[in-house]
Design a protein. Sequence first.
Length: 93
Amino acid sequence: MFRTMLPRVEHARIMAAVEVLREASDGAKEATVQTRGVRLALHVLRGHCSKVWLTQFWDAAGNDYAIGRSQGCNAALNGIERQLRERGIHVAG
């Protein structure tokens, strides 16, 4: 695995976006989490992860069923974090 040398500001943006998605994933147990903040976080991650994972997170965030919403957000978040790590972008958890 290699580490991608991103500008410090870009790495901070990615980390902030991941943190927003983590908080949304935790909150998905209680209510839908298709918010502007989640949409912006997913937008920041475009170009760093597959569109498939980003779309899956967004779709799961709007699921009407708590269990499906929570599991879908968690699975998509795991996929997003894995792809970032594979690209050498350290995502502390």
